[in-house]
Ligand binder design. Structure first.
Ligand SMILES: [Zn+2]
Length: 472
């Protein structure tokens, strides 16, 4: 890597960790060199109230002084703060892949709607500390934000401004995801992994190999775990077969982006081998998931290079378990409740914290013929976690509903690389000067830090929130 002395007069760039350290949300990394101020990822803090409050904190610099934002992918914890940044005066390009630009718009519109609803609810019930309660941003902020999206080609270097280059490389995590490599004025380089996909993603190619950088920020969401996807797929198939043979309905709470497509792909396969008979309809009941599904379909139709070639060759069939019905309107969602006979319903929110899936759970949980399959990470304090933990009742819409349906926990459909896969991704590259473990809970980040230290012999650090370091 470029360890040569910087050109005379130029100081090393400063990297500040503004979010996404020792937690999995709020990813924000600010790089300040002599002439450029660039933010990599602009995520929202999510989860417990203490974290969410941090979305109201002031940034250490004026949003108007940031020249560009690089966004690795469309998940809210990486792009959800953008409209707030624009509200505060950011007017530069938002550099990202074309698919991320489309998916991020869907995500941001949904986020604005949720925030507006929450503020309205708080004002109505008078529980907010702010009077009146206000959303972090609204629809108008999102309208303004999407005008700054500036899609860049993946795989080739572009110049952001004189002396500062950017290259995005496929991240294999969700459609459009990328890891980013910045080349700074003084010749030093910095790479940010974003969220890394698992090499076994059924639709996407594995992340492009890490080619090296002076400073690396690598995610550590599952830094202390190992996934077993084959047994997860078998468990998924067998719970489905059991419920359908009882004449039951299967509800799958799924995150709107990527998880829905992975589940549909799995269902298409089970349709093919007869596990899912043709008379059992599959419903997707989530406007946001359906909007994202269109972006995936376009990628399949255009044979996007980030897709596995065998998937791209088959076109939309890969994620179409026909007969397959989309519920966009509220009436279409309600109509599902009146369908008789077994069915499979894929709906969000993924952790059953809200959204249309609650209505389906409310209806199917009391009947032991039915099943609920939790296919993703279920955080503490969510209904999905309560179900996984064996709750006998679940509170919804102000009442307790008995849980008699079968509950299956299949968490290994994750879109993240596990610890071994991250180590493999790093292994081939020359050692960076320093590797920072970001985007992981404390124990996960620390476990991965130790492995990078011991197995690769690299200098690895779990940074503190707000900490600043030199890029050299
Ligand atoms: Zn992500």
């Amino acid at each position: 890597m470029s360890r040569s002395a910087p050109p005379p007069g130029s100081r090393p760039a400063l990297l500040r960790f503004l979010g996404g350290v020792r937690t999995v949300t709020g990813s924000k990394f600010l790089i300040e060199s002599d002439h450029a101020r660039i933010l990599v990822d602009c995520g929202l803090f999510q989860g417990v109230a203490d974290l969410r409050r941090r979305n109201w904190d002031k940034l250490p610099c004026d949003a108007r002084d940031i020249h560009a934002v690089v966004v690795t992918h469309a998940h809210l914890d990486h792009c959800g703060y953008l409209p707030r940044l624009v509200r505060h005066g950011f007017r530069g390009p938002i550099l990202t892949s074309a698919a991320t630009a489309r998916l991020a718009e869907i995500v941001l519109r949904d986020s604005a709607r949720l925030q507006m609803e929450a503020a309205e609810h708080a004002n109505h019930h008078g529980w907010s500390k702010h009077r009146p309660a206000r959303p972090l941003y609204d629809d108008d902020d999102v309208d303004r934000t999407v005008e700054f999206f500036d899609p860049v080609p993946v795989g080739s270097e572009i110049e952001i401004m004189a002396g500062t280059g950017l290259a995005l490389h496929h991240g294999g995590h969700i459609l459009g995801s990328a890891w980013a490599r910045l080349t700074l004025e003084d010749g030093h380089s910095l790479a940010v992994s974003g969220d890394l996909g698992r090499p076994g993603h059924p639709l996407l190619l594995p992340p492009e190999p890490f080619s090296g950088a002076d400073v690396l920020l690598v995610e550590s969401t599952y830094g202390n775990r190992r996934h077993d996807h084959e047994s997860a797929r078998r468990a998924f198939a067998s719970v489905l077969a059991r419920a359908l043979s009882r004449g039951g309905t299967v509800v799958i709470p799924a995150f709107a982006i990527d998880r829905t497509e992975v589940v549909l792909h799995e269902l298409a396969g089970l349709r093919g081998d007869g596990t899912l008979p043709r008379h059992v309809p599959v419903y997707v009941d989530s406007p946001m998931a359906l909007a994202a599904l269109d972006v995936y379909r376009d990628a399949l139709r255009s044979r996007s290079p980030e897709l596995r070639p065998e998937i791209a060759a088959g076109g939309e069939a890969a994620i179409s378990p026909e007969p397959f019905l989309a519920a966009r309107t509220v009436q279409e969602s309600i109509d599902i409740n009146h369908s008789t006979g077994p069915a499979v319903i894929v709906s969000s929110a993924g952790m059953a914290t809200g959204g249309r899936v609650l209505h389906h759970l409310h209806r199917i949980l009391p009947d032991p013929r039915n099943a609920v399959v939790i296919v993703g990470f279920a955080a503490e304090g969510t209904r999905a976690r309560d179900l996984v933990d064996g709750a006998r009742t679940l509170k919804m819409f102000g009442e307790y509903v008995p849980v008699r349906a079968e509950v299956a926990d299949v968490p290994h459909f994750s879109a993240h690389a596990d610890a071994d896969q991250i180590i493999d991704w790093l292994r081939a590259a020359p050692p960076p000067h320093t590797t920072y473990l970001v985007h992981g809970e404390e124990t996960a980040a620390e476990t991965l830090r130790e492995r990078i230290d011991h197995e690769l012999g690299w200098t690895a650090v779990v940074p503190r929130s707000g900490e600043a370091v030199l890029v050299r």
